[in-house]
Design a protein around this ligand. Structure first.
Ligand SMILES: Cc1ncc(COP(=O)(O)O)c(C=O)c1O
Length: 428
């Protein structure tokens, strides 16, 4: 039994499932999760001292790689000034101004501490602003674990949803319509039927929670058009894509203007910062200016904001996203070639610094396609890579992330390991 096995056994005595967030438990790939001790640049080390090339990046935030010296310096300086005040601070203005500068659809922005909070608050705001209850989300998209968003499709696509988690009352989910991703005509039908009652549509423009599936431009444009036509708000969830797929987020790639945008991950640079923001007339419905209640003891925490602010500054260096995209493409192309060499059915793609690996003959277009993934082959690949010191997400439903510190050498080492892993896959 190695250190990770014994720590997992011990963790399960005091923590449900041994982890504080389910995907960390290796439930779908089997085996013990790795207990990490430290990280630097593109690497993490576990409690056994084994080194891994990290393609999770804490599920997105670590775009600069781990422990960027300028970010760490900013955090140290903030820590020395006090951990939290529960009062307004100047840095909160600076980060709000920085977000507004980079994302033109944002006129005002409110900081929270997690993407879940951002999603929950954005939905409440949309309902409060429109005076309507019904919301539309898409199968395979994830917007955090608040009640009204933990929904699976009803008996027919145009019937309202059922809870996807125990403990969520049907009274909450009965207002949520779950539609197929990348299906604009179904969205049109839904608006024809319920349009005057719909408060908002919430979407990941590049979905990263059913592996990675980019929205089709027609799908996103139809959504914008219908929301405007029927007086519903468009919420684009950029918790994962914000400052990750491009400096201006997914909305810059699709040239779409959301009414509300959610952020998380990169804006905290590895600390708990998330946000929702958008049109001034919408945002001014929030307390203390308006009747929609929303609050947080640690919202805008000075240390976390210092970390986010330093990160947002560094990603604006000239050529940052060109390099990030090039490194991510290098990885994808290398992996595809390695799979091809031994005849393993495999496809992959990337958008900016985010990627999807699929044990499928072609890249998926929605949830039903992703469900066809060969999980047995993925698991063999995953464990072989892990043994060789390369850490991909432990599930076929997760996207992957590259940082600016993933050099050619790091990526080439990954591809070399993948050749061994694909050979194993080919032999099963
Ligand atoms: C697109 C998206 N929205 C919301 C969330 C929820 O964020 P958090 O885990 O910070 O609550 C996530 C988390 O992975 C996400 O990927």
């Amino acid at each position: 039994m190695d250190t990770n096995d014994s720590l997992f056994e011990r963790a399960r005595q005091s923590i449900p499932g041994g982890v504080n967030s389910p995907v960390r438990a290796f439930g779908s790939v089997g085996g013990s999760p790795r207990f990490m001790k430290k990280a630097q640049g593109p690497y993490m080390w576990d409690e056994d001292g084994k080194r891994y090339i990290d393609y999770i990046g804490s599920w997105g935030p670590m775009i600069l790689g781990h422990n960027n010296p300028e970010v760490i310096k900013a955090v140290h300086e903030a820590v020395d000034m006090g951990l939290t005040f529960g009062c307004a601070t100047q840095r909160e203005i600076l980060i709000a101004e920085e977000i507004k500068k980079l994302i033109p659809s944002i006129e005002e922005v409110r900081l929270v501490s997690s993407g879940t909070e951002a999603g929950m608050s954005a939905i409440r705001l949309a309902r409060g602003f429109t005076g309507r209850n019904k919301i539309i989300k898409f199968e395979g998209c994830y917007h955090g674990h608040s009640d009204s968003l933990l929904v699976k499709a009803g008996s027919g696509m145009l019937t309202f949803g059922n809870p996807s988690s125990a403990g969520v009352p049907t009274g909450v989910t009965e207002h949520t319509l779950v539609l197929e991703y990348n299906n604009p005509s179904q969205l049109e039908d839904a608006f024809k039927r319920y349009g005057d009652d719909i408060a908002c549509v919430i979407v990941e423009a590049v979905a990263g929670n059913m592996n990675m599936v980019p929205g089709k431009p027609e799908f996103i444009q139809t959504m914008r058009k219908l929301c405007t036509q029927y007086g519903a708000l468009l919420i684009v969830d950029e918790v994962m894509t914000g400052f990750r797929v491009a400096l201006g987020g997914a909305q810059s790639l699709y040239n779409v203007t959301p009414d509300i945008t959610m952020f998380g991950k990169v804006i905290g640079g590895g600390m708990p910062v998330a946000a929702f923001g958008g049109r001034r007339d919408v945002m001014e419905k929030i307390a203390p200016c308006g009747p929609v209640y929303q609050a947080g003891t640690l919202s805008g925490n000075p240390v976390a904001v210092a970390c986010g602010l330093a990160t947002l500054k560094l990603i604006q260096q000239p050529g940052f996203y060109d390099r990030l995209s090039a490194q991510t493409s290098r990885l994808i192309e290398g992996l595809k070639a390695a799979a091809n060499q031994v005849g393993v059915t495999f496809s992959a793609r990337s958008v900016g610094g985010m990627f999807g690996l699929y044990f499928l003959d072609k890249c998926p277009e929605g949830f039903a396609d992703v469900m066809k993934s060969d999980t047995k082959r993925f698991n063999v690949f995953f464990h072989s890579m892990l043994d060789q010191g390369v850490y991909f997400a432990p599930s076929v439903f997760e996207a992957g992330f590259v940082s600016i510190t993933h050099s050619d050498e790091v990526i080439d080492e990954t591809v070399k390991a993948a050749k061994v892993a694909f050979e194993k896959v080919a032999s099963i």
